[in-house]
Design a protein around this ligand. Structure first.
Ligand code: GDG
Length: 464
């Protein structure tokens, strides 16, 4: 991967899971893993996180590995940690709440205790790895209190935090029993990054409304003797890696196979982890509405929805899966003919290069999360298109990506009629308009790519 000059200071990246890429990887790795790996290779840094494995008794022993130039450091967690910290507080409390689903959030003191315990365990194990000039970069909602835990242990390095998911509106956040403690812990960082101005403004609302603090012009906020700076820094994809993949041999083969199997029908594609925040049921209902309103287009289109299961240990995820099975079955049962199945619903993942070929074969990318920090699929869809004959992106107004990808057809994902109208508009869009919209979208995807994100955040972190 091409790499523009990334800061030479050593970077310690911390995230819940670590996914270093290896040269022979064909695995389902996201753009973030690839980009962070490359940055670490250049800066001789360390990527720290949970191994994904369980151990009977937590020992704090670190598995250090150097693979393809990237040093990863992982620890195993106890089953109770995994249940309370990961399945509990991260996935059943913060994830739904931060995605505005207070109805699905579970508030259990045991979860909160496990969250604090694991963050303290992370701090204990990372601390000896940190050298005086290192920049420490903590990623995502699993680890909000980690900065505070590191400070308590005497770490005075520059520490930044980046939130990959939305920040909820103040009144929703107030439903979290320990909201104040959680927010106050953010003041241990030097820089706190958000995907969009909307999420940052929600954070400011809380800071002003609940903590009665002032927000400076530069996003600076002082509290308890420390000053943090809030910044907007939208994540992008690794365009220099993804575009060649989309133009490569595997993608071309996949694209061709998809075209053959499409049999002259226009393909609409969705690619999402199976998660209620992605609005899959609402998307299927929008497509259902489209089919009901446009009988003339029956047999001329189909929806390919790729939805690899995620967080299968959490009950709400099992329920959404069952709901989608039923809904896709109902829609197919209603409209299918001997030659045509309106929804191809696929519960498994594909390697990235094959995914790129599928995006390229599609006439429409249907990306309609109910709420999303950013949404990288929207950017990947744009990057994978044939510049001479690009497909059309339909994007939820409530995805962080909508703040940048304004030339997409923006929809309200809760409205089946909005989705149905957008599908008709996209499928009938003249080539000149498709080209103009795609060029503008691609300019943004190229300009604000993942390396731009990384450099912008590291620069903000490095500032004295
Ligand atoms: C969180 C935030 C934010 C999906 N299926 C397959 C596959 N994927 C890849 C996609 C994309 C990634 O997974 C999903 O990224 P998203 O951004 O869409 O969503 P989250 O997983 O929810 O990510 C989100 C992101 O963090 C980064 O900050 O944008 O808002 O929720 O790269 O391509 N990859 C492969 N096969 C699949 O079947 N290889």
């Amino acid at each position: 991967m091409r790499l523009r000059a990334v800061a030479v200071t050593r970077l310690i990246i911390v995230s819940n899971r670590v996914q270093a890429t290896s040269a022979d990887a064909t695995a389902n790795q996201g753009g973030l893993a690839v980009a962070l790996s490359s940055a670490l290779r250049q800066t001789n840094g360390i990527w720290f996180g949970w191994s994904g494995k369980e151990t009977e008794t937590f020992s704090g022993s670190i598995d250090l590995q150097k693979r393809d130039g990237v040093t990863t450091a992982t620890i195993d967690l106890e089953p109770q940690d995994v249940e309370e910290y990961y399945n509990g507080y991260a996935n059943r409390t913060l994830w739904p709440l931060f995605h505005y689903r207070v109805d699905m959030a579970e508030f259990e003191r045991g979860f909160a205790g496990g969250y604090e315990r694991v963050n303290a365990r992370f701090a204990d194990t990372i601390l000896p790895l940190i050298e005086p000039a290192d920049l420490v970069w903590v990623n995502d909602y699993h680890l909000i209190p980690l900065g505070r835990e590191l400070r308590r242990r005497g770490c005075d390095n520059r520490i930044g935090f980046f939130l990959h998911i939305p920040w909820p509106p103040m009144r929703l956040l107030l439903t979290l029993p320990s909201h104040r403690e959680l927010v106050e812990s953010l003041f241990a960082y030097d820089v706190v990054g958000f995907q969009t101005d909307d999420w940052m403004q929600s954070f400011f609302d809380y800071v002003r409304g609940e903590l009665a603090l002032e927000v400076g012009d530069d996003g600076e906020i002082s509290f308890a003797g420390r000053t943090i700076r809030a910044v907007v820094c939208p994540i992008g994809i690794d365009v220099s890696d993804f575009v060649p993949q989309a133009e490569g041999e595997v993608a071309a083969r996949t694209c061709k196979a998809m075209m053959v199997s499409a049999n002259d029908r226009a393909m609409i594609i969705g690619v999402d982890r199976l998660d209620y925040s992605k609005g899959l049921q609402e998307r299927f209902l929008g497509y259902d509405r489209f089919l009901a309103s446009r009988p003339d287009l029956h047999e001329q289109v189909f929806l390919l929805q790729i939805a690899p299961p995620s967080r299968a240990d959490v009950q709400s995820y099992q329920e959404i899966r069952a709901g989608l099975d039923a809904l896709s079955g109902r829609i197919n049962g209603e409209y299918a003919s001997a030659e045509w199945v309106p929804i191809r619903y696929v519960n498994k993942g594909y390697p990235r290069d094959r995914l790129a070929g599928m995006y390229r074969a599609a006439k429409v990318g249907l990306v309609t999360p109910l709420r999303d920090g950013m949404n990288l699929v929207a950017k990947e869809f744009v990057a994978a298109q044939d510049p001479g004959d690009p497909g059309v992106l339909i994007l939820s107004k409530f995805a962080g990506a909508a703040a940048q990808l304004k030339e997409a057809i923006l929809v309200n994902p809760y409205s089946a009629e909005d989705i149905a109208d957008a599908l008709a508009q996209a499928l009938e869009m003249p080539i000149e308009q498709r080209l103009a919209r795609w060029r503008a979208l691609m300019d943004n995807v190229e300009r604000e790519d993942v390396l731009w994100w990384l450099q912008t955040f590291v620069k903000a972190m490095s500032r004295d």
